[in-house]
Design a protein around this ligand. Structure first.
Ligand code: UDP
Length: 382
């Protein structure tokens, strides 16, 4: 009955499903364990009418014409310029740390320091904090130490339960020291929020005669794998010879037979206030205080600036334990965990037509645009 089964209905699953149905004329079944489509990008209006991102802030940004053009088939955009500040010593400083932040922190010394930074790394450079810390110059090391202690250390301890020196350097490298006066969080050519929200994109993308959706359904409810057997994939008790695109957590699909793959999870605490604004920016990072990492005020993201009240969310990171209702958000990449992932991956590598896609299934830290691009590429290959 189905040519392809897609497990998971976030951007990875939805884009592949649409492409397979539309371009390859396949009959596609998309299943998701949650009661809604959209994965972690799911947004909805709360009881006060404010569009909230139920699983934390998602700000789309890309340099890829292809990805932007593709998503623009399903949405118009609210052109949103994302700037983040950190609450540091009673002040709000621009993050990433840039030349404006330098001036606010170092005052009269800033011009000299700026010259030194630029002559070492070049104007406009994006310098990972761990790289700046290795610079031999004393003054540059002083800056690096300031940035490390005031922007990275406590935030990263909260987010990952480890210091920036103990985690994959690519993670802190996502927020480099920026040798420019650009206060934007992302420097990509295109950035914005879907004008009518993310969920609407998914509704449109999945609205196709070739696509059926089943919600509240686990991968293991419908699929059984038998890597050793003649028939490798069983769908609802029958042999299945079509494609399977799997976007969930691979360890859980195999009953964690080699042990759990570690992920970080988050608790989201939503609060509503009867005042027009709670904070100065859409996202304020708490880099030296508090137990939460950041507060997002949604009306900035949705453009509902005229609303008389406001909804915020605080993010409390924690280890993922796999208990009911908990969600794995971030892979914890290191050599040990990556090796464990490879063991699970080897189980499915033997299965023709079985593809892994996305943050969970590939155990990688992807942004939305990277996932969309990979999904488009995969759909071409299938
Ligand atoms: N980070 C930090 N302080 C900040 C912002 C980021 O220490 O103010 C570090 C932290 O380790 C975080 C990583 O940089 O996990 C990547 O940040 P990003 O904003 O990209 O995280 P995401 O929005 O994907 O959770």
């Amino acid at each position: 009955m189905y040519d392809s089964i897609v497990i998971g209905c976030g951007f990875a699953g939805a884009v592949v499903a649409r492409e397979l149905a539309e371009k390859k004329k396949k009959q596609v079944l998309v299943i998701d364990s949650r009661p809604h489509i959209g994965g972690n990008c799911y947004d909805r209006k709360d009881e006060y009418g404010i569009l909230i991102h139920q699983y934390g802030p998602h700000i789309f940004h890309t340099n890829s014409e292809r990805v932007h053009r593709y998503l623009s088939r399903f949405t118009e955009w609210y052109s949103f310029r994302h700037e983040v500040v950190g609450k540091i010593g009673g002040r709000e400083l621009p993050i990433p740390f840039n030349l404006n932040t330098l001036e606010m922190v170092y005052g009269e010394r800033a011009p000299e320091l700026e010259k030194k930074l630029i002559s070492s790394f070049g104007e406009g450079a994006r310098v990972p904090i761990l790289e700046l810390m290795n610079h031999p110059d004393d003054e540059l090391q002083e800056i690096a130490q300031y940035v490390y202690e005031n922007i990275f250390l406590k935030y990263t301890m909260k987010q990952w339960g480890k210091s920036p020196k103990e985690i994959d350097p690519a993670v802190s490298g996502r927020v480099p020291v920026l040798l420019s006066r650009d206060n934007r969080y992302f420097q990509d050519r295109f950035q914005g929020i879907p004008l009518h929200g993310y969920t609407k994109i998914f509704e449109k993308m999945l609205e196709h005669d070739g696509i059926d959706i089943r919600l509240n359904c686990q991968g293991t409810d419908v699929l059984r794998l038998d890597p050793e057997g003649d028939v490798k994939v069983w769908f609802e008790g029958h042999p299945f010879h079509g494609d399977v695109i799997f976007t969930g957590a691979l360890d859980e699909f195999f009953g964690c037979c080699y042990g759990r793959l570690p992920y970080r999870s988050l608790d989201f605490h939503f609060e509503h206030y009867e005042k027009p604004f709670y904070q100065s920016h859409a996202v304020v990072n708490y880099t030296v205080s508090e137990e939460f990492t950041r507060i997002t005020e949604f009306k900035y993201l949705s453009g509902q600036l005229d609303m008389e009240d406001t909804t915020i969310v605080k993010e409390y990171p924690k280890a993922y334990s796999g208990s009911e209702g908990e969600i794995p958000y971030y892979a914890i990449n290191n050599s040990e965990n990556d090796a464990l992932f490879e063991k699970y991956k080897a189980l499915v590598d033997q299965i023709p037509g079985f593809y892994l896609l996305g943050r969970l299934a590939e155990y990688k830290y992807y942004n939305i645009d990277a996932i969309v691009e990979r999904a488009l590429d995969l759909a071409e290959r299938v």
